[in-house]
Ligand binder design. Structure first.
Ligand code: TYD
Length: 132
């Protein structure tokens, strides 16, 4: 997990943030999606990916991200459009505490592929332990 601070282009008209392949985003971008209208009592995620890497940005509002990989277990509040979180492959993620105005932008290294999902936490732990 890496936190990325984006460069702001700020002037009296407002702020513009640009995310470029191999600059702010350290992989080839194949997909972008966004999550919104998740209420504060909703939890999402509860899976890892075999190959997929993602950068998450709360472009509006805030949410909490819990992630676990082979060497760390972290809970991070995403509450700024100026900050991205890189989630590498084989990393368990859970997302919750969405504010009503939260729009979570996800920039992904692969197209949607159900076969890339690890839905079972014990399977995830077995894969993590096999690579340590
Ligand atoms: P899901 O993976 O359950 O979301 P989360 O992990 O955030 O809880 O995805 C919700 C639905 O959207 C599910 O039916 C699959 C579909 N989906 C796509 O069609 N394309 C995508 O890129 C993603 C991420 C999900």
């Amino acid at each position: 997990m890496n936190e990325i601070t984006f460069k702001k282009n700020e002037d009296p008209r407002g702020v513009l943030i640009s995310l470029e392949i191999f600059n702010e985003i350290p992989f080839e971008i194949k997909r972008i999606y966004y999550i919104y209208n998740s209420s504060s009592d909703v939890s999402r995620g509860f899976h890892a990916h075999k190959k997929l890497k993602q950068v998450l940005v709360a472009v509006s509002g805030s949410m909490t991200l819990k992630i676990e990989n082979c060497n760390e277990n972290k809970t991070i509040k995403l509450d700024s459009p100026e900050k991205g979180i890189l989630i590498d492959s084989v990393c368990w993620r859970e997302m919750y505490d969405f504010t009503d105005d939260c729009v979570l932008l996800v920039i992904a290294s692969e197209k949607y592929d159900q076969d890339d999902y690890i839905h079972n936490y014990d399977d995830f732990r077995r894969i993590v332990e096999s690579v340590i």
